[in-house]
Design a protein around this ligand. Sequence first.
Ligand code: DQA
Length: 149
Amino acid sequence: MSHYLVIHGPNLNLLGRREPEVYGRDTLEDINRRLLNWAEERGIELHTLQSNHEGEIIDAIQDAANWAAGIVINAGAFTHYSYAIRDAIAGVHLPTIEVHLSNIYAREEFRHHSTIAPVCRGQICGLGWLGYQLALEALHAETGRRALE
Ligand code: DQA
C-alpha cells in the first residue's frame, strides 16, 4: 500500500478566514477531507499534518522516512527562509512535492524565492487546493507504480 504525508505549514489552519481573496474560502478541513476521500478511493494511506512550528515540521519529515513513500508540503512562509526544512527534505531522500495555493511568483518579491524548491521533485503553485491532489497524483504515478513492480 502507498503511504503519503501531506504537511500544511504555518497559518494554513486559518484557511477560510485568512485573506480569502488570496487563499479562497475552503477551510483546511475541507481540503483535507477531499484529499482523504481521493486517497481512500484508491486504497492509498494518507496522513495530514498542520503545524505552525518549524521543529514539528522537521520532526514529521524525518519520521516520514520510516513509513511514507513521499511527501507533499506547503511550508507556508517557511518556504522562503527555512534552511532547516530544506535540509530535512534533502536528508530523508523521499520524493517531495512543494505546493502553494497562491501563485507565489505573482505576489510580493520575498515570496518568489523558495529554499526548498531545489530539493523537491517539483513545485505546483497557483492552482488552489487542487495543487495538493495533483501533487499526490504525481507522487502516486511515480512511487505507486514502482511499488507494484
Ligand atoms: C503559501 C504562500 C506563502 O508565501 C505564504 O506565506 C503562505 C501560503 C500558499 O499556499 O500560497 O502561508 O504557501
